[in-house]
Design a protein around this ligand. Sequence first.
Ligand code: 13P
Ligand code: SF4
Length: 321
Amino acid sequence: AQQQTALVAEITTLLEARQAVLVAHYYTDPVIQALAEATGGFVGDSLEMARFGRDQPADTLIVAGVRFMGETAKILSPHKQILMPTLGAECSLDLGCPADQFSAFCDANPDHVVVVYANTSAAVKARADWVVTSSIALEVVEHLDSLGQKIIWAPDRHLGDYIEKKTGAQMLRWQGHCIVHDEFKARALDELKTQHPDAAVLVHPESPAAVIALADAVGSTSQLIKAAKALPQRKLIVATDRGIFYKMQQACPDKEMVAAPTGGEGATCRSCAHCPWMAMNGLMSVKAALTEPAAHHEIEVAEPLRLRALIPLERMLHFAA
Ligand code: 13P
Ligand code: SF4
């Protein structure tokens, strides 16, 4: 604990000296989220992180999250230096949607408007007409469907399925998945609900359809925290990465939170849902981003690609405004 306190103090000084700002996702370690808050940085969902990064006057942003979040920051703020604690922090949705294969899929369906989830590479965004995050995907697809547009959706199959059910839109869907949310198990969740009949169930829409079907609230990380506060139940069963408990508990200190079950047969694993790439954002790696040569930590996006990817990203930000 003493070592951690010293490290936090050291990073705080480094952030000040560099006039850098720490932007963290809700799935990062609570110590990173607390550090972002304590140093004038920010904690949020992927849409809010993008907005904060864009509107932030600091010249250097440390993005504690996964690579697509760093890339989004760079696309929106080309003149800022975007550093990540580790450039190895990937996302299974991004990895499961290679730009060349995705581009061929789009080419084969040229009469479709292309909507991609923010959890994709800059190259995939560059092939899209729209970028969406989980907090705004429903509204954007509803809008496009009302215009009679045919839609390609990528890469998350569960979010795509949820959007289709909610909007009635029929989309050509890429079959990617999030390795964390895909692990939530409906039968075990149903049993947990029976054990806690007074609990409300909160689910991120990257989870399987049968899990979403048991939810009282479905939404992005920020939307789930809002729902946790707004719902009358004092007990909450939460199906998303366990990193969210830090801010959720802060938002409603008087409520009890229970992690939804994950794992194989029996699904007995609780509090196990944690993204291995988000977990790479620790105090040591944040310090490394501020002390090691920038080349080991800096996000670069080639200018032609950036300009192309900026179009669907700005479309989302204008739509969300
Ligand atoms: P949010 O947009 O809800 O923050 O989700 C990002 C993410 O990676 C979820 O797994
Ligand atoms: Fe990607 Fe899932 Fe990790 Fe989010 S939790 S960054 S969607 S792998």
